[in-house]
Write a protein that binds this ligand. Structure first.
Ligand code: GAP
Length: 457
């Protein structure tokens, strides 16, 4: 029986694979690391780019009612007064009187320190925004904040977007970017860190249509994860109770994923009502209304906000893709990434290091490289090289063998089934393109044949 990942795979296994294969490293590792900061390695950066690109394609490029934005991280400090972050973006902090470790009060089971059992202080509110100074003078007047969410950049550009794109309601703005939070407790690898990336949508609607659009986006966003390979049973929708709702939200659902440590938020979908536009209009003195051409009235749109974490999505895709299978006396570890997300789409492998084989394999590699992220590998046995590609989630391996020198044909081996087909080189690019789009491996191109079904290849 294959060990199926999510809910069962341990975080240790995911962390170890990420470290070993170059997906994710601890930040500043040679200096002992920097708490809760992470560096994406050569494969991790590809995976993360693919996640962001898939999101951007689906919410911006494939839609008529969305536009993109890339706002700056540093923004006018008044924005954080208007948004409520200066007053309300805080967690209750306690300190152990004995060992002086600090904890989030709402995460303690009783009033004692989880580390040494000592008594803790009364809670006080700790603001999670990182502060810094604009310009060379470190004084109060020059304080700016690293944004704790990308959302505000979209609210304050609402009028710019309406004026320059002539978008009519309903329409949305999408943005991907870094956010920073001085979290009191971090952990679970990249799940909660102090520097992370968000993919946020602010969708502006007529107030009376808010429920309809809220439901639409909740479903749309859940389906996005499923279409990219996350198992339905590892996702759940959870409504926030009144006590949990953020100060700006009229209603909110979390899309939870079953991470190794349990169910936890992957993305939030909130109905923010008119809170943000009203607040920014009031603090800036600028009108942020919208002229409804049907009624000739100025209205303040409501905002539906699907807000996802890039890093949490990467972690969920990794956990969901992870699988271990018995393989003779060993274990085959594989990542079943959807081809859209796989860091490497195709690996080109000569059967051996013989010069003629290497030459043909390098030609094939050069031919495929302009189309996809392709890797060439001629080290170690072919079996080991297949396993290496399985472990990093490469959907297809192309193998050049001695017969290729005679018949100008190569084999394609599929990661999950290990099935193989053989086909003329002239058909390779077109065939791989179709397979990466989801065509069954055994749909054969002209001159193609089934080579091997399953097995340990
Ligand atoms: N604009 C609304 C907003 O920022 P949020 O629920 O605080 O809402 C949205 O954050 C998403 O950002 C979360 O669902 C999560 O995926 C991600 N996120 C939030 N804090 C994070 C952290 N400390 N580390 C990693 N991801 C985080």
């Amino acid at each position: 029986m294959a060990e199926q990942a999510s809910g069962k795979v341990s975080m240790e296994k995911i962390v170890s694979l990420c470290q070993r294969r170059g997906f994710i490293f601890a930040s500043s590792e040679i200096y002992g690391g920097l708490s809760s900061c992470w560096d994406y390695g050569p494969l991790g950066v590809e995976l993360k780019q693919n996640v962001k690109q898939a999101w951007w394609r689906s919410v911006v490029q494939e839609r008529d009612d969305m536009v993109g934005l890339d706002a700056s991280i540093l923004m006018h400090p008044q924005i954080w007064a208007a948004s409520g972050h200066l007053k309300q973006f805080a967690d209750p902090l306690v300190e152990c009187k004995r060992c002086h470790l600090r904890w989030r009060a709402d995460e303690l089971k009783d009033n004692s320190c989880p580390s040494c059992g000592g008594e803790v202080t009364e809670p006080h509110l700790f603001n999670l925004m990182f502060k810094t100074f604009m310009g060379p003078v470190e004084e109060e007047a020059n304080i700016v904040y690293l944004r704790p969410e990308t959302a505000q950049g979209m609210f304050v550009n609402f009028q710019n977007v309406v004026n320059t794109t002539r978008k009519r309601l309903p329409f949305g703005i999408a943005q991907i970017g870094k956010a920073f939070r001085n979290e009191i407790t971090t952990g679970n690898f990249i799940f909660r860190s102090r520097e992370f990336e968000q993919m946020e949508i602010e969708f502006f609607v007529k107030p009376e249509t808010d429920e309809e659009w809220f439901n639409y986006w909740l479903e749309e966003r859940r389906d996005w994860y499923v279409n990219l390979g996350i198992k339905k049973e590892n996702l759940q929708l959870r409504q926030h109770t009144k006590g949990e709702l953020a100060h700006y939200a009229r209603k909110c659902y979390d899309i939870d994923y079953r991470f190794p440590m349990g169910w936890a938020e992957l993305e939030g979908v909130a109905n923010r009502g008119d809170f943000d536009l009203v607040q920014h209009a009031s603090y800036s003195g600028k009108s942020l209304t919208y002229l409804d051409e049907e009624t000739n009235e100025h209205i303040v749109p409501y905002i539906i906000e699907p807000s996802a974490g890039v890093d949490r999505s990467v972690l969920a895709f990794l956990c969901d893709a992870y699988e271990e299978e018995p393989d003779k006396d060993e274990i085959r570890v594989l990542l079943h990434f959807h081809p859209t997300l796989a860091p490497i789409k195709v690996a080109v492998l000569p059967l051996s290091k013989r010069e003629q084989l290497v030459q043909v394999a390098k030609e094939v590699y050069a031919e495929l490289r302009p189309c996809w992220m392709v890797q060439y590998d001629d080290t170690q046995s072919i079996g080991r090289r297949y396993r290496r590609q399985d472990e990093i989630g490469t959907p297809f391996c192309v193998t050049v063998d001695f017969q290729s020198l005679e018949d100008n044909q190569v084999t394609i081996r599929e990661r999950d089934s290990m099935n193989q087909i053989r086909l003329p080189r002239a058909e390779l690019k077109r065939t791989l393109a179709a397979k990466l789009e989801g065509e069954d491996l055994f749909v054969l191109p002209p001159g193609g044949q089934i080579w091997k079904e399953g097995g340990n290849g």
